[in-house]
Design a protein around this ligand. Structure first.
Ligand SMILES: [Zn+2]
Length: 447
């Protein structure tokens, strides 16, 4: 595929130039931009549009169905990614315009959506286009589904909920789902593949205290906002308990050799070393997130004016739930540690989806292909601490085979997702196309 890399660059550039920004207010989503993207894809991928059945679900979710010969005993394969991108931020801070897809002399492409995650749409579609050009027909059905509001956590009208519901209504289940994720990177000269097998749940809560209010010149000892501040301090001091879940154990073991110092030693057997390990993890935010359900206050509101005591004060928190901890557990925890005068309500949230299997047909196939393409590769199953669209499909996948994995070359020259100056190493785009060509070609016969 390497010889076609310039074509992949053209395709990705064309996608980046269409500003499919998702807005937190669904009414503000510019559907026309998504339609422009659909029109562009139709031009860029003629064989896909000729041979696959295309449908648009919800406002702009793009769903393709590649009918197989029916000879496979595996359930259909679903490849997903999201069309939307986060807002581009301050144009003045970008090295090149954010929707230019400019490729510099070093082969770096700049623009919003280059890494998150139009590169995955490009790789998946280029893989299918390639196979069609070879006259290939898969032995089982293959679907592609591209949502349009992943970056706002689906919002009130989650595209992928609509898509998942439609698949369910049609009685379609999947043997494997692959969503956006990292590829293979080099760590101390050894190729390492991070395959994300689960993700944390998500919750926003509102905490509130009602009070008398009045003139700020005659305040009580503690007013509503002060009481809430103390409540937040209490929450920080009394987090949910630390615990080890299966994918984190596997992740730590796989990272033991490449982790320096005492931490690396403890990672060799996280369960046996748990007492010491948990102390270390709790002190480091980037590790703490893997071993407990976190909650942190993010927005506060008191009265509308500086000299008015708040009659109603509120603080919003953001929580990320470990697999196994539920929204009910979290609410019970809040009630147990906070005084009665603090009210709490769930604004929105969902439990962590099921943990995917590392023994399924799909997982074995991903590993085999990755190994062929990167001899000597080490696999690290991992947990996503953010959230992806893939959670909507977990219940449609009876084999628990939902993986967030790109399979391509994770270049150290790519980066900046969600920040200004997002960019991708465009010289390596062929790697992910190669991976998806093999997945589509081999999945039907995998066992
Ligand atoms: Zn993304």
């Amino acid at each position: 595929m390497k010889e076609k890399n310039d074509l992949y660059i053209e395709h990705l550039k064309g996608m980046v130039q269409i500003p499919t920004v998702s807005s937190a207010d669904p009414d503000k989503t510019r559907v026309d931009d998504f339609k422009a993207l659909h029109a562009y894809l139709e031009k860029a991928y003629p064989l896909v549009h000729q041979h696959l059945e295309k449908e648009v679900w919800g406002k702009a979710a793009l769903v393709f169905h590649w009918k197989g010969t029916g000879k496979s005993k595996n359930l259909p394969l679903l490849l997903i990614a999201h069309q939307d991108v986060v807002p581009e931020g301050d144009h003045a801070m970008w090295k090149y315009p954010p929707f230019s897809g400019h490729v510099d002399e070093e082969g770096i492409m700049w623009g919003r959506g280059t890494t998150d995650c139009k590169c995955h749409i490009q790789a998946e579609l280029d893989a299918v286009e390639q196979l069609l050009s070879e006259g290939f027909t898969p032995s089982c059905d293959i679907y592609l589904a591209f949502g349009y509001n992943e970056e706002i956590m689906g919002g009130p009208g989650a595209a992928c909920q609509i898509v998942a519901d439609e698949f369910k209504a049609r009685g379609i289940q999947f043997g494997m789902v692959i969503d956006e994720g990292p590829g293979v990177s080099m760590v101390d000269g050894v190729p390492v593949a991070i395959i994300r097998t689960c993700e944390k749940g998500y919750a926003d809560h509102e905490f509130y205290v009602d009070d008398k209010g009045g003139h700020a010149a005659m305040p009580p000892e503690h007013n509503a906002l002060g009481k809430l501040g103390e409540a937040m301090w209490t929450l920080e001091e009394n987090p949910m308990p630390l615990k080890l879940c299966a994918p984190v154990i596997e992740m730590m073991k796989a990272q033991a050799d490449s982790t320096p110092g005492r931490l690396g030693e403890l990672y060799r057997d996280p369960e046996a070393n748990w007492e010491e390990l948990k102390e270390l993890c709790a002190k480091t935010p980037s590790l703490n997130t893997y071993v407990r359900t976190t909650t942190t206050p993010t927005m506060a509101k008191g009265s509308d004016q500086a000299n008015i005591l708040p009659e109603h004060a509120s603080i919003v928190t953001n929580s990320r739930l470990l697999p196994g901890d539920t929204l009910d557990d979290l609410m019970a925890h809040f009630k147990a540690v906070l005084p009665d005068y603090v009210g709490v309500r769930l604004i929105k949230g969902h439990n962590a989806p099921k943990i995917s299997s590392t023994e399924s047909v799909g997982y074995r196939l991903i590993c085999k292909i990755t190994e062929d393409l990167n001899p000597g590769v080490k696999f690290v199953p991992a947990m996503v601490y953010g959230g992806t669209d893939s959670r909507y499909y977990c219940d449609l996948t009876p084999t628990d085979s939902v993986y967030r994995y790109g399979g391509g070359i994770q270049s150290p020259r790519s980066g900046g997702a969600h920040a200004v100056n997002e960019h991708i190493d465009a010289t390596t785009l062929y790697g992910e196309v190669e991976f998806f060509v093999r997945v589509c070609r081999e999945y039907g016969d995998a066992e």
